[in-house]
Design a protein around this ligand. Structure first.
Ligand code: NAI
Length: 333
């Protein structure tokens, strides 16, 4: 039995992440094999020609679940009746640009998109912000969409989680599926804290704490953390372009788990509005471990953080508070 089609918007649709993401979404990786979709593709006017090419390729993929594709530069058209929003498009950081300049350009974009979501999207729309600075962009977007619950705005740290999982799997020499519950805390930036303290690794068929499987505390605190934090830069150095295929896969993973739920005994990391859990500042979009059921996420409670972890959370939380203050000062200027 096929469901009624749902509207899904992808912004930055002519860009490189969208180029991989659209295929995953349109072939059923996110909303499942019984969920037809209408794709609404937003980009800026100069990109409409490129977007037309993407639309041609989507048609040529001959995907049965894809009922309609609507390319547009108009947020009103893009956000109409959407149930899911992948906000990928953002102003990229250019050379010599300060964080304030980057925030300023993005506050404008996410204000417009928040307002359009507020007016035209479904009230239960699930919004994933990928475009950087993702956490603060999600916060701004939610601020301008007051009729949509704050819980419906999230930022992507799933790529960092997937990277962290891959590092542990390689270190212990097990398949990636044997590693679970690695956490990314805080901001999707170089202050993020990739944390394997609560992770599990299945070795020879037996689940064990990652710390015991890795048997190298020094590696976990130093090499592991900095490799994950700097992985984006390493990909740029090698590919001369930023992570795109892996970012698209992570966006698909994030939205799939949000719609379809997390597996038993497993949690995933998502940037969500902070309630102050684990000493994180309240009211910023902070990445926490969450479990998801019936489309609702819940922050995992009761994990014991050591002093090292507490200090790392403090650093990334402080950065998010600073970004929030700067973003608000831009809005109020
Ligand atoms: P890209 O430059 O290839 O594509 C971005 C697209 O967004 C362009 O087509 C551009 O025209 C469009 N765009 C710009 N302003 C727009 C607006 N106001 N409305 C609609 N579209 C708009 O960039 P790419 O590689 O696809 O990356 C997109 C974003 O994702 C960047 O901000 C990047 O930093 C971020 N990113 C985030 C990750 C995460 O883990 N959260 C991982 C990797 C990238």
């Amino acid at each position: 039995m096929m469901n009624e089609p749902i509207n899904v918007v992808v912004t930055g649709a002519a860009g490189q992440i969208a180029y991989s993401l659209l295929y995953m979404v349109a072939k059923g990786d996110v909303f499942g094999p019984s969920q037809p979709i209408i794709l609404r593709l937003l980009d800026i006017p100069p990109m409409m020609g490129v977007l037309e090419g993407v639309v041609m390729e989507l048609a040529d993929c001959a995907l049965p679940l894809l009922k309609e594709v609507i390319p547009t530069a108009d947020p009103i058209v893009a956000f109409k009746d959407v149930s899911a929003a992948f906000l990928v498009g953002a102003m990229p950081r250019k050379q010599g640009m300060e964080r304030k300049d980057l925030l300023s350009a993005n506050v404008k974009i996410f204000k417009v998109q928040g307002e359009a979501l507020d007016k035209y999207a479904k009230k239960d729309v699930k919004v994933l912000v990928v475009g950087n600075p993702a956490n603060t962009n999600a916060l701004i977007c939610s601020k301008y969409a007051p009729s949509i619950p704050k819980e419906n705005f999230t930022a992507m740290t799933r790529l960092d989680q997937n990277r962290a999982q891959a590092q542990i799997a390689a270190k212990v020499n097990v398949p990636i599926a044997n590693v679970s519950n690695v956490i990314i805390w805080g901001n999707h930036s170089s202050t993020q804290f990739p944390d394997a303290s609560h992770a599990t690794v299945i070795v020879d068929g037996k689940p064990q704490p990652a710390i015991e499987a890795v048997k190298d505390g020094d590696w976990l605190r130093n090499v592991f953390v900095s490799t994950v934090q700097k992985r984006g830069a390493a990909v740029i150095a090698a590919r001369k372009m930023s992570s795109a295929m892996s970012a698209a896969k992570a966006a698909a993973d994030h939205m799939r788990d949000w719609f379809q739920g997390t597996p038993p005994n497993q949690f995933v990391s998502m940037g969500v509005v902070s309630d102050g859990s684990y000493g994180a500042p309240k009211g910023v979009v902070f990445s926490f471990p969450v479990t998801i059921k019936n489309g609702k996420w819940e922050i995992v409670q009761g994990l014991q953080n050591d002093d090292f972890a507490k200090e790392m959370l403090k650093i990334t939380g402080k950065e998010l508070e600073e970004e929030k203050v700067e973003a608000i000062s831009i809005i109020e200027a």
